[in-house]
Write a protein that binds this ligand. Structure first.
Ligand code: ATP
Length: 431
C-alpha cells in the first residue's frame, strides 16, 4: 500500500517530513514493513506552500485500514492545526494511482476535487482536514514516479530543543562535503562559504544531507558533529532532478510553470535596485525578461557578461512576466566586436568620422582612412552550463555535479548559431 501525507506544518513549527519519519517507526512497531519512503517536491510556485512544497509517500506492507488509522493518529497528534494555512491530507491507496496527477501537481496547478477524483477512481482511503488542501500533495506523492531520483538524509531534533538555536559544527559540515562530494551536494556552499543544510526555521529538522545514494548520504552524515538527535530518515526524492522543467517557447509561457527556453539575448544585461540582474531573451515567439536575483550571487556575473546575440538556454520559473533563472546554458557566444574610427598613423590621434559613407579623417593632419578599427572583444564566458550557487538552489533544480539530462543538452546544441554583433557603444574616451 501507499501512504501519502501533506500540509501539516506552519511557519512556526513542524515539518511533514518529520511526521513521515515518526510514521515509519510506528508502522515498523506494528510489524508493517516499510519498503520505500519518499520526499516529493511539487510545483515550487504554489502560493499556499509553507516552505518548499514537500509531500511524503511511504510504501509499506500490511493492512490499509490499520495504516490509515495510524497515519491519521500521527497527523492529528503532530500537525499544526491551529494555523489557518495548515490543511492536512492523509491518503492510503492499495492500488497506486497513475502518475498523471503527480506530474500535474509537479508542473501545473491542481484542485482538491481533482485529487478526490483520482482517489475515488482507485478506491483509496483518504481524509482531508479543514479545507482539505493537503489531499492534493498527499495524492501526488502517492502517485509519484521517479525516473531520476536522489536521496536526502534528514536528522531531527529532540523535542525539548525545538525552537532553540541549532548546534551543528560548521567545520564538520564542510569536511563532510569535501570528503563525500560530488556524491553529496548542497550541505554547504563552498563558493560563498555558507552552510546550506541546516535550516533556521523553528521546525524539528536538525540538518539535511543530499546525495546520490543512501550509502553516500550516510557516509557524509558520519562526519557531522552536532547536538544529540532524536532520529533520522533517509528519503528517496525528486529533489535535484529538474523534474519541474518542461521545454518552453517564449510566446507561450504560462504563469507559475517552470521551463527550459532557448533564445537569443536581445538586450544588454542591466543591474537594477537591490542588485538584481535582468536581460531580454528573444525567440520567434517574442521576448521574455530573465531575472538573476541578488541571492544568486556570482551567477549574476555570468548573466552580466552576456551580450546581445548570444544564444542561450534558460531554466527557471515564469512568474509575474519574468523567467527567474536557475541555470543557464550558453549555446553560442556572439562574436562581439567594437568598431571605432582608426588611429591616425602620422599623429597617433584617433580620427573622427568624415561624414556618412565618407570614411574617417584626422582633424590634426588631414589624413584619411576608409576602414574603421575593428577590435574583437575578449569574452569571459565559454559555451556550456552555468548554475546558481548551492545557497540559492531550488529543491528540484538539478545541480551540475549530477550532469545535465540528455533532453536539456539536446536543446542546447539544437537550432541556429549566433549572429555577429557589433558592440558600438564606445565612450568618448575611446575616441
Ligand atoms: P509541508 O512540510 O507541510 O508539506 P510545504 O512548504 O511543503 O510544507 P504545504 O504546507 O504542504 O507546504 O502547502 C502546500 C499546499 O499546496 C498543500 O496543501 C498541497 O496539497 C498544495 N499543493 C501542492 N502542489 C499543488 C499544486 N500543484 N496545485 C495546487 N495545490 C498544490
Amino acid at each position: 500500500m501507499w501512504i501519502g501525507i501533506d500540509d501539516t506544518d506552519s511557519p512556526t513549527g513542524m515539518c511533514t517530513t518529520y511526521i513521515g519519519a515518526v510514521l515509519v517507526r510506528r508502522l515498523d512497531e506494528r510489524g508493517m514493513r516499510v519498503r520505500d519512503a519518499r520526499l516529493i517536491r511539487l510545483n515550487p510556485n504554489v502560493i499556499h506552500k509553507t516552505r518548499g512544497n514537500a509531500a511524503i509517500a511511504i510504501e509499506a506492507e500490511g493492512d490499509p485500514e490499520t495504516a490509515f488509522a495510524l497515519t491519521c493518529a500521527c497527523v492529528e497528534a503532530l500537525a499544526e492545526f491551529d494555523d489557518p494555512r495548515t490543511n492536512p491530507g492523509v491518503v492510503v491507496a492499495r492500488v497506486r494511482p497513475p502518475p498523471d496527477f503527480y506530474y500535474a501537481a509537479l508542473r501545473e496547478f491542481c484542485t482538491v476535487e481533482e485529487a478526490v477524483g483520482v482517489l475515488e477512481s482507485v478506491g483509496a482511503l483518504y481524509r482531508g482536514y479543514k479545507n482539505r488542501r493537503g489531499l492534493i500533495g498527499a495524492t501526488a506523492a502517492v502517485a509519484s514516479e521517479l525516473p531520476d531520483l536522489t536521496y536526502e538524509l534528514l536528522a531531527y531534533r529532540r523535542r525539548e530543543v525545538w525552537g532553540r538555536p541549532r548546534e551543528v559544527d560548521r567545520e564538520s559540515l564542510f569536511y563532510a562535503e569535501e570528503t563525500t562530494g560530488p556524491h553529496t551536494w548542497d550541505t554547504v556552499d563552498q563558493e560563498n562559504a555558507v552552510v546550506v543544510g541546516v535550516p533556521h526555521t523553528p521546525d524539528p529538522v536538525l540538518f539535511g544531507i543530499r546525495g546520490e545514494s543512501p550509502a553516500w548520504v550516510r557516509e557524509a552524515r558520519s562526519f557531522v558533529r552536532s547536538e544529540e538527535q532524536a532520529c533520522e530518515q533517509v528519503y528517496a526524492t525528486n529533489q535535484g532532478t529538474d523534474a519541474h522543467l518542461v521545454a518552453g517557447v517564449i510566446g507561450a509561457l504560462r504563469e507559475g510553470r517552470s521551463y527550459l527556453v532557448r533564445g537569443t539575448v536581445a538586450s544588454e544585461p542591466a543591474t537594477g535596485v537591490g542588485g538584481h540582474v535582468s536581460l531580454l531573451l528573444a525567440d520567434e515567439g517574442g521576448e521574455v525578461r530573465c531575472m538573476a536575483y541578488e541571492p544568486t550571487k556570482g551567477f549574476r556575473d555570468v548573466v552580466r557578461a552576456l551580450v546581445p546575440g548570444d544564444v542561450v538556454v534558460a531554466a527557471g520559473s515564469y512568474k509575474g512576466g519574468s523567467l527567474n533563472l536557475e541555470k543557464l546554458g550558453i549555446a553560442c557566444l556572439a562574436d562581439a566586436v567594437r568598431v571605432r574610427p582608426p588611429v591616425c598613423p602620422a599623429c597617433e590621434r584617433r580620427m573622427t568620422s568624415a561624414g556618412t559613407g565618407k570614411g574617417y579623417k584626422c582633424r590634426v593632419c588631414g589624413e584619411r582612412s576608409r576602414e574603421p578599427e575593428v577590435e574583437h572583444l575578449e569574452r569571459p564566458l565559454r559555451p556550456g552550463w552555468y548554475e546558481v550557487p548551492s545557497t540559492a538552489r531550488r529543491h528540484l533544480a538539478r545541480p551540475l555535479v549530477r550532469g545535465v539530462p540528455a533532453w536539456e543538452d539536446e536543446l542546447l546544441s539544437s537550432g541556429q548559431g549566433c549572429d555577429r554583433v557589433n558592440k558600438t557603444n564606445f565612450t568618448k574616451e575611446d575616441l
